[in-house]
Design a protein. Sequence first.
Length: 165
Amino acid sequence: MAVEDKYINSAVEAGNVAAAYKQQGSGVIVMTQTFEVAAADDDGSVYRVFPDVNPHLVPIKVEVVNDAITGGTSFDFGLYNPNSGAVVNKNVLASAVSMASARAVGSEGSLLSAVNQADLGKTLFDLVSGAIGALKGGYDLALTANTVGTVAGTITVTAYFVQGF
């Protein structure tokens, strides 16, 4: 086998410009929100955690800490059109995450578990479409309760992004 000495980014290797976050670095954008799930909430409830998020942001880490929500065994994390708009893809970022057991700071769960390794580094827009005609603005990032549970509880979501193209 040959010894390699090359740039791993093909754009840089070819002498072209590449996205800043893929070479010299980019500023991190952090969002955090804490909210309550009520015992009376029904399955199918949508909790719009971060409204009208720039579609060109690249999610690099999304963490959740929560109280134990008995029976809250399936929450999806995905994208909706803003202003109570329709679902774009409710589980593009995470699917069937259980909130039944408590998570404390230091033992956070991931809300990017549905993103394949090959898709890490893609913008929110590219994760759901990539067709330029489909871009209409921002997205609401939301938890959708497939099985919401039977007791009230507190959920905190913290998301880290970098600016894409």
